[in-house]
Every structure is written in structure tokens, then in C-alpha cells.
Design a protein around this ligand. Sequence first.
Ligand SMILES: NC(=O)c1ccc[n+]([C@@H]2O[C@H](COP(=O)([O-])OP(=O)(O)OC[C@H]3O[C@@H](n4cnc5c(N)ncnc54)[C@H](O)[C@@H]3O)[C@@H](O)[C@H]2O)c1
Length: 261
Amino acid sequence: MKIDLNGKVALVTGGAMGIGRKIAELLAENGAKVVVADINEAAARETSASIPGSKALRMDVASADEVAAAVDSIVRDWGRIDILVNNAGINTGKNRVTIDQFSVEEWDRIMSVDLRGLFLVSRSVAAVMLRQSSGRIINISSVLGVVPARLQCAYTTAKAGVAHLTRTMAIELGDRGILTNAIAPGSVVTAGTKALFYAKDAFQAEKAKRMLAHIPLGRAGEVEEIANAVLFFAAPESSYINGQVLCVDGGWAAGGFLRDF
Ligand SMILES: NC(=O)c1ccc[n+]([C@@H]2O[C@H](COP(=O)([O-])OP(=O)(O)OC[C@H]3O[C@@H](n4cnc5c(N)ncnc54)[C@H](O)[C@@H]3O)[C@@H](O)[C@H]2O)c1
């Protein structure tokens, strides 16, 4: 997909790796000046080094001070922010339990990044966009914020919150030139999930098969497939779309699908 983002400044949180990195690359390929912001500053620098015209910034989205400082520095250096992609997100690792055993610390850890962090960055950047009377905010939710899954209650709840915050921002900011939409990815192949989906041993392969059984397309998505949807929401052509949550999930959220049933 090719769109014209020349002259636009884009901020991608969690842009050092995975889906965020591909989003940063695609926005730059389409003409935007991209800020790769990440809690992992070294990785952000490495990613930025491979994206012409971009710059890296350390930003922990869970820290109000770091968010404010990073947004100030972008405006100081580049004068504006036209596109914000709220991509930074975390989930519970291997220790997955039902709500009765879910620790308060783990709940707070995930909420602080996935929901509070997205609020903090949106809040600071919206102020900049309001002064410009223009902007696009694109939030990365998850299909699990649309249809929940077991054993990750903080993540599913945070991502549902992202979908609703998206709609709230859309009705608060739309008439002032700022469009807010969200992408809800399904399972996506990244460095972090590759071993899961392309497992070599029989046990893991069977697990992967079960994980993919509910996806009508029968496969995980690629990072490009998520980044292309972000690009669409960033494009001048999508100027009448506001408050939408687009599932990019191979049909997962469309209904109760189980292969072989
Ligand atoms: N991979 C999937 O299957 C999938 C599915 C649905 C939704 N998502 C969502 O897509 C987004 C990206 O996921 P991914 O799989 O590419 O993740 P990833 O773990 O590969 O990359 C996440 C990036 O965010 C950064 N990050 C983590 N905490 C941060 C913080 N506090 N402040 C700033 N940066 C931080 C990490 O350093 C990393 O660079 C997340 O919001 C995730 O919830 C992913």
C-alpha cells in the first residue's frame, strides 16, 4: 500500500520491536518522519538506525514524567505530531491463572502500560494535536479486547478499555480535527511468538494447532498485515473514519469458529 505522508511527524510507542517496528518502517516508507519511542532505548536506537530520517527516544509509557518529556522534545525538535500510534503493550507471560489467583501486582503492571500508559501518551499528544487542529491517533488494542480469552484477565480488560477509550477520544476530539481509531490484532507472528506458531516438536506443534483452530483463516497474521491497517487509518484518504475498532484477526472475532466442527 502506498500513501502520501510527506511532511507528517509520526510517534510510534513500543516501536523498537515486533508490530511497532513494522509500523514505524511502513510509516517512514510512506514519507513520514518517525519517532521510535520505547522503554528499551538500545533497541529503539538500533531500529531507528535502519529507518532513514527517524529518531529514537526513550519513553516508558507508564511514566507520566517520561511521556511529558518525550512529547516536549519531539515538539521542540520537529514542531508537531501528526500521527500517534499507541502500540506499546505487555501481557502476562507463562504464569497464566484464573482471576482468583491473579496477583494484584500483575494486574497493576499490565494496566499501567496497556491502559494507563495509552491514556498518558494520548493525553499529552492530544494537547499538541489540538493546537494544530489536526491529527490521527491509532490505538493498538487486541482481538482479546473484543472477545475475551481465559487466564489473562488484566490484558483482556485493558484491551477492552483501549477500545472504549478509542471511542471516547473519537467523540471528544473529532470535531476539532483529530480522528481516533483502533486496530485489534489477532495472533501475530513476531520474534516473541514465532517459536509458538512454528514449533518443531510434536507437543508444541499440537498446541499451536489448537491455538489456531478458532481462526477461520487457519494461520497467524504477519506484522505487515497489522501495519498496513495502521497505514490506512493514518492515510489522508480515511478522513471520514472515526471511533472504529478494526479487527485484523483472520476472522477470529466474527463468530464461534472451530475447525473440524
Ligand atoms: N503479537 C500479537 O500476537 C499481538 C496480538 C494482539 C495485540 N497485540 C498488541 O500489539 C502491540 C505490540 O505487540 P508485539 O507483539 O509487537 O509486542 P513485542 O513485545 O514484540 O514489542 C513490544 C514493544 O513495546 C515495548 N514496550 C514494552 N513496555 C513498554 C513501555 N512501558 N513503554 C514503552 N515501550 C514499551 C517493548 O520494549 C517492545 O519494543 C501490543 O500492544 C500488543 O498487546 C499483539
